[in-house]
Design a protein around this ligand. Structure first.
Ligand code: ATP
Ligand code: MG
Length: 212
């Protein structure tokens, strides 16, 4: 049995065409079913649904043989114990710094003042500001980062941006792109050896279907 860990939503949806290329169809809709283990048209392949941030953990400890996880999640988790054969070029967005439209970020950076930054992505944020030599106090949040500067909890946020409409709706502007983000295929190291052939075939099929 091959177990693939996916998170509901965009990663699940955007992984479906890659699975199709491997001749695999998920036979239950995760938005309608409450099941966490989904069967597929192949008896030897199943999908488990986990939180996006839990995908690396499941794969690292062998709860799943493979998984699909965002680069953001992999950096925050630490990807050293995972084999990462493919950038799938799905769930694309970018990691950015954003501030309220009336906050002069360039001036704050230039003055060398301490900036308060709210984010879920503390590893990425810490590295980014360290590279720039900017002093920051990081405030860890688990969601709704956009609220923090509006309420005076922080001067800036580090968050994922795709269209920018959430920022705009909250009168925030992007002031720095930190890195482009997409999702990767991750593989359990032991499974790679024990289930070599089926996993190799799956990787090849996925590779052939990566969107441009
Ligand atoms: P949860 O909703 O369970 O708290 P999450 O918000 O991190 O977790 P998603 O919003 O489904 O989960 O995001 C999953 C992955 O998709 C992220 O880790 C990121 O790589 C990518 N992603 C997040 N937001 C966007 C976006 N706006 N556009 C494209 N990809 C995104
Ligand atoms: Mg979400």
């Amino acid at each position: 049995m091959i177990t693939l860990a996916l998170s509901k939503g965009r990663i699940f949806e955007e992984t479906l065409p890659l699975l199709a290329a491997a001749g695999i169809e998920v036979t239950e809709d995760p938005e309608k079913s409450r099941k966490l283990i989904l069967p597929t048209t192949r008896d030897d392949v199943r999908v488990v649904l986990v939180r996006a941030t839990d995908v690396p953990t499941y794969v690292e400890y062998g709860g799943a043989d493979l998984g699909v996880a965002g680069k953001d999640v992999l950096i925050e988790h630490g990807g050293d114990n995972l084999y990462q054969p493919l950038d799938l070029n799905i769930a694309k967005c970018r990691m950015s710094v954003a501030v309220p439209v009336d906050f002069d970020y360039a001036a704050a950076v230039k003055q060398g003042s301490r900036i308060r930054v709210a984010t879920k992505y503390t590893t990425i944020a810490r590295q980014h500001f360290a590279d720039k030599g900017v002093h920051v106090d990081l405030i860890k949040l688990y969601g709704s980062m956009e609220l923090a500067p509006l309420i005076g909890l922080a001067d800036a946020i580090v968050d994922l941006v795709s269209t920018g409409s959430t920022l705009k709706a909250n009168k925030l502007v992007e002031v720095e792109h930190i890195m482009p983000i997409s999702s990767r295929l991750v593989v359990n190291q032991a499974a790679l050896k024990l289930k070599r052939e089926p996993i190799r075939r799956l990787i090849e099929a996925f590779q052939s279907a990566i969107p441009a």
